[in-house]
Design a protein around this ligand. Structure first.
Ligand SMILES: C[S@@+](CC[C@H](N)C(=O)[O-])C[C@H]1O[C@@H](n2cnc3c(N)ncnc32)[C@H](O)[C@@H]1O
Length: 203
């Protein structure tokens, strides 16, 4: 990585905002091309190197699968896996989870949503950075089918409890005792000795 040049001024606020708007517009365009028709999809948020969703898409060829992650290299690796295995119904995009939701065309509905080993942000003052938040779960529900499922897995005890409590009190989701639908070790799962999972459905 190149060190920032102290003589180069940081971008101005208007430049920064324009950059975000352009990125969001590009993502909307990509999503519109990817999903030209109404469709219900399987989405993995924070898919990393794509191990889980690639295995899943092989097992469920009838589902249209989309994985998103913030890190370009991880998306490149994940996309290479999908291509190598000839999985045309599986796509990976570099995108921030909330921006992806905003960019999805209205007729695209979420049927299954996976979140495996999301960054736990263990310090209390960083909890606001966690992907699981009541508002974000409400946004997911807004884009979901009536029968949608949200699948969550973590090795982090406290993040597990955080998510369990939010889902228990959430107006849009309820925890079920359904089994985890498919097993394939993700990159992070492979590094862990133990983890816990939650399955919830739309109320
Ligand atoms: C600990 S890794 C887990 C990756 C993968 N799920 C696994 O189990 O191997 C968390 C991933 O979430 C991604 N991530 C974090 N926040 C995100 C966000 N807001 N939107 C999309 N991806 C995000 C990170 O870039 C990282 O690849």
């Amino acid at each position: 990585m190149t060190a920032p040049n102290p003589e180069t001024p940081p971008p101005s606020l208007p430049d920064y905002l324009r950059h975000i708007q352009e990125r969001q517009a590009a993502l909307r365009e990509t999503c519109a091309k990817l999903f030209p028709e109404p469709i219900a999809i399987t989405l993995e948020l924070g898919c990393g190197h794509g191990h889980y969703l690639t295995g899943y898409a092989q097992a469920y060829p009838q589902e249209t699968c989309l994985g998103v992650d913030l890190v370009t290299k991880r998306i490149a690796k994940a996309s290479a896996k999908a291509e190598k295995r000839g999985l045309a119904h599986l796509r990976f995009l570099k995108a921030e989870a909330r921006e992806l939701l905003e960019a999805l065309p209205e007729p695209v509905r979420l049927e299954k949503i996976f979140m495996l080993f999301p960054d736990p942000w263990p310090k209390k003052r960083h909890h606001k950075n966690r992907m699981v938040q009541p508002g974000f779960l409400a946004d997911l529900a807004q884009h979901a089918t009536p029968e949608a499922r949200f699948f969550f897995r973590t090795d982090h005890e406290e993040y597990f409890e955080w998510t369990r409590e939010i889902l228990t009190e959430h107006p849009d989701w309820e925890i079920t005792d359904e089994p985890w639908p498919f097993e394939e070790r993700s990159f992070f799962q492979d590094l862990m000795d133990d983890w816990q999972s939650l399955v919830s459905k739309r109320r």
